[in-house]
Design a protein around this ligand. Sequence first.
Ligand code: SF4
Ligand code: SF4
Length: 162
Amino acid sequence: MLIRDGIPTAEDLASVLPSPERLAKGPIAIAECFQSIACNPCTKACPQHAITMEPDINALPKIDPDKCVGCRLCVAKCPGLAIFVVDMTHGENTALVTLPYEFLPVPEKGQAVAGLSRSGEKLGEFRVFGVASGGKANLTWMVTLEVPKELAMEVRNIRVEV
Ligand code: SF4
Ligand code: SF4
């Protein structure tokens, strides 16, 4: 349960996961943000104005699946490391998962890293498809992993095993 161990329940996730129809159209952001706190950098980060919160800053963010283009700009801007971008259209059997990362060493493109579940369980070794900086004033990196499609909604962290 989120309040006890930080792990969202299946019901929590069902409330934010995009529809299969939207996932089939291309990359989309998923905000796994489930606690009402005064926080809104995600709404400012999105050039498409796809992330909103109503009635005020204490509400949970909502992502408009028709406005989000999966650009990933919001991923590094979330201080809660709660936003991921999933692209189920990447390959026949593979998907891309972009996740925020704040540890060292930062992995390199092409490197194999451990993909972890929301509870920290190792789900396998996956190839880093790309790495992007969050910007000069932002030490959060965006790491994109290539994973089997069936794990695209499960892999939410990485461990760089050196
Ligand atoms: S991925 Fe891009 S378009 Fe989608 S919500 Fe994030 S910033 Fe907006
Ligand atoms: S910036 Fe992150 S933690 Fe803050 S409201 Fe948006 S998704 Fe939640």
